[in-house]
Design a binder for this molecule. Structure first.
Ligand SMILES: [Zn+2]
Length: 112
């Protein structure tokens, strides 16, 4: 059974405590419409994922994190986007993301 961490919103299978937050409240089973963390991905991938999720009718929330704000600007785009989806759509969204990963790998050689 999948549970999620109410603090960082990560979803885990067969765990009772969050490996990242540890001492925080134990994992609980989310409501179907509860937003959970699909993954943290870079800006480019987020832009590719957005229309795919939309096509599947999955309402997703993209929360941008700007590395610059923490004084870590080393001349690269370091934005990490947290993607939140309703728990009921988590598995489907995960599939879409893995398909995107596959497509991403195939084209990565050409872009460098
Ligand atoms: Zn956590």
């Amino acid at each position: 059974m999948k549970k999620y961490c109410p603090k960082c919103l990560n979803v885990y299978s067969n765990l009772d405590t969050c490996p990242e937050c540890r001492h925080e409240p134990p994992l609980s089973v989310p409501e179907d419409n509860e937003p959970v963390l699909l993954d943290k991905i870079d800006y480019l991938k987020a832009e590719m994922l957005k229309p795919l999720l939309k096509d599947h009718g999955i309402p997703a929330l993209f929360k941008g994190g700007h590395a610059d704000a923490f004084g870590m600007n080393i001349g690269m785009r370091l934005d990490v986007i947290s993607v939140l989806v309703p728990f009921s759509a988590y598995d489907e969204a995960k599939n879409i993301l893995s398909m995107l990963d596959g497509a991403f790998d195939e084209t990565s050689e050409e872009s460098f």
